[in-house]
Design a protein around this ligand. Structure first.
Ligand SMILES: [Zn+2]
Length: 251
């Protein structure tokens, strides 16, 4: 068996393996996306929770300040009620009004912050709903991934064993070149020669469709040494269709 024929057996197994794992890979990608979105939602949630905590602490400070001012106003009122002169009374009244104005400013800010907290809590509730929905999708995606992995496990194991014994027969340099090629071109790593017209010596690469000289085809037919398409770099082989097309016509 030629080097090309030996390598072709490996390539056909690799193609089957990638076909089998493509659905699993798609399921894994989908699951990965769900997990990424969940983690983004989780970090948004913690950011908002931290903001709420900070705002609540500020509101509590404002409330403390307001009750301190309330006590002060109460105290001034008592003093004002026992004022001896009109001037004294007015002085207390002015001070009370100044404090009231300050308190009102603080209250406005506190109310704004409380409204902000309510808004943030609304956002949190939305995030929780999104997280619940996303977790359901994630769970379905997880089941799907497991199902896909289970359904191909046996066949993949079988093919991997087959591949092990097949690569043992391929020369190491040929194999390493092929593996580098496969990493780039996958299912397009090897392609059959297509016979357009045997008598006119018209052949082309089954991958890129560029023409192939007859000498290359003859060499593949007789020696089966590893031959690359000069245009697309894939490794060429003669499949059954090409081989039979090259047989002299029967009388
Ligand atoms: Zn080509």
């Amino acid at each position: 068996m030629s080097e090309t024929a030996k390598l072709l057996r490996v390539f056909l197994v690799d193609k089957q393996l990638s076909g089998l794992t493509s659905r699993l890979k798609a399921a894994e990608r989908f699951l990965g996306e769900q997990e990424k979105q969940l983690s983004q939602l989780g970090s948004r949630k913690s950011t908002i929770e931290a903001q709420i905590k900070q705002l609540a602490a500020t509101v509590a400070n404002h409330e403390g300040e307001m009750s301190r001012l309330d006590a002060r106003i109460e105290h001034l009122r008592t003093q004002m009620n026992s004022a001896q002169t009109n001037r004294e009374y007015k002085a207390f009244l002015t001070e009370i009004n100044t404090i009231k104005a300050d308190r009102s400013k603080i209250e406005t800010v506190a109310l704004e912050q409380m409204a902000q907290i309510d808004g943030l809590k609304g956002q949190l509730a939305e995030i929780d709903t999104s997280r619940e929905d996303r977790q359901k999708v994630r769970s379905v995606a997880d089941d799907e991934r497991t199902k896909r992995a289970d359904e191909i496990r046996e066949r993949v194991e079988q093919l991997k064993k087959e591949r092990e014994s097949l690569i043992a027969e391929v020369p190491a340099t040929v194999l390493s070149d092929y593996q580098a090629l496969y990493a780039r071109r996958e299912d397009e790593s090897m392609a059959p020669v297509e016979v357009q017209d045997r008598k006119r010596h018209e052949f082309n690469c089954g991958s890129c469709m560029m023409s192939i000289p007859v000498e290359i085809v003859n060499r593949l037919m007789t020696h089966g040494t590893i031959t690359r398409c000069v245009s697309c770099q894939c490794i060429l082989y003669m499949d059954e269709a090409a081989t039979s097309a090259m047989q002299p016509a029967k009388r």
